[in-house]
Write a protein that binds this ligand. Structure first.
Ligand code: ATP
Ligand code: MG
Length: 360
């Protein structure tokens, strides 16, 4: 069986370092490993519209931002198909059929959707499209027969729901859809990177992000203003490492060699953590180190972005070509789905013969 990746992002803002450690960096590694037959990377504009229906301009503006972030991180259109969700009508059609296989109460139990509804303050006015987006996500994944879906932890409930739809479809209509496997980051700190405000998740919609395209000055300002241990008031006080966003970011980004370069007082992160827990290590020193580590990671990304920004029409051309290729793949799956559901009437010679015999 072919090895196929499908993953993507909502064009609700520029991409941030949470996306980078949660999924983007891994995608580039997988792309360059050469182990995959197809890699589909989707800009999920239709999904973004489910909670931004009154602000299509935001979605429209952010398509190019996300595409530039992709290219600057090393996604290569020669190896990965970059495409825009709304340009593939087959995805909507698949979603419509999958809706019959999912109950309202099952959707209500999805913990990510639950917390997102709360976060967006929808209360009783949840858009139906938003409520059902896990179904549309199952359509995205299965349309490309994805075997591997590299995502952050918040996507686990979506993958579970997708697998249920696959099993249900295959048991009702016969073996047609491919059961996908989720690929979470190995590093625990990268599963769900917190925001600079200490909130549980760095998220475009919460405005607590360090963006991949932030200037070095902005990155520094954001890091120096980061939430840390609120009880660590004086340098000599013992500090809390557990749950402290600055240390979670270091867990996500720093390697031993960074200490050699930027903070030779310690040889590894554990030594720095021990000192912080004991007391005697100030937040400013830790933040300055974190700033150097993150700047080193972001600099090449920022520089590559500047190159791609010089030819924006070329970026749209890449997305157009990718969308064309993606549509062909989705159309093939849709035709198999319709055949399995026995709604491909005009190609069904046996059906036509049977019906005409009935009326002879
Ligand atoms: P929105 O607030 O509009 O939902 P978002 O910041 O949550 O935006 P998405 O486009 O929903 O971003 O997510 C894209 C991918 O990035 C998903 O695979 C998701 O799991 C991952 N991701 C998003 N935020 C984080 C984070 N803070 N840490 C790790 N992975 C993340
Ligand atoms: Mg999200």
């Amino acid at each position: 069986m072919s090895k196929i990746i499908l993953t993507g992002d909502r064009p609700t803002g520029k991409l941030h370092v949470g996306h980078y450690v949660g999924s983007l960096k891994r995608r580039v590694e997988l792309q360059n490993s050469g182990e995959f037959d197809e890699i589909y990377i989707m800009i999920a504009d239709a999904q973004a519209l489910t909670d931004n229906a009154d602000n299509p301009e935001k979605v429209r503006q952010n398509i190019i931002e996300v595409a530039l972030d992709y290219l600057s991180c090393g996604l290569d259109p020669a190896k990965s198909t970059l495409f825009i969700q709304s340009q593939i009508p087959e995805l909507t059609e698949l979603s419509f059929y999958y809706m019959n296989l999912v109950t309202v109460s099952r959707l209500q139990r999805n913990p990510t959707v639950k917390s997102e509804i709360q976060m967006r303050g929808f209360q009783a006015s949840i858009p139906v499209g938003f409520f059902t987006y896990p179904i549309s996500q199952a359509a995205d994944i299965t349309a490309f027969k994805a075997t591997t879906v590299p995502v952050g932890e918040d996507q686990l409930p979506m993958l579970e729901q997708c697998k249920e739809i696959v099993h249900k479809f295959n048991s009702v209509y016969g073996e047609t859809l491919v059961d996908p496997a989720v690929l979470l980051p190995d590093n625990k700190a990268c599963l769900r990177l917190p925001g600079i405000d200490g909130k549980a998740k760095m998220s475009k919609s919460l405005g607590n992000c360090i963006y991949l395209s932030d200037t070095p000055e902005d990155v520094k300002k954001k890091i120096m203003s980061m939430f840390t241990d609120p009880n660590h008031l004086r340098v000599q006080d013992p500090g809390q490492v557990e749950g402290n966003p600055v240390f979670i970011y270091l867990d996500a980004f720093c390697r031993d060699e960074h200490f050699e370069r930027y903070c030779p007082d310690y040889s590894c992160l554990q030594e720095m953590k021990d000192h912080y827990s004991r007391g005697g290590l100030g937040d400013v020193k830790v933040k300055k180190f974190l700033n150097q580590v993150i700047q080193e990671e972001l600099e090449p990304i920022r520089n590559r972005r500047k190159e791609f920004e010089k030819d924006i029409p070329e970026v749209y051309r890449i997305l157009r070509e990718g969308s064309k290729k993606a549509e062909a793949a989705a159309a093939k799956t849709l035709s198999e789905v319709k055949q399995a559901m026995k709604i491909d009437y005009f190609n069904d010679a046996a059906l036509i013969a049977e019906q005409s015999k009935k009326y002879q």
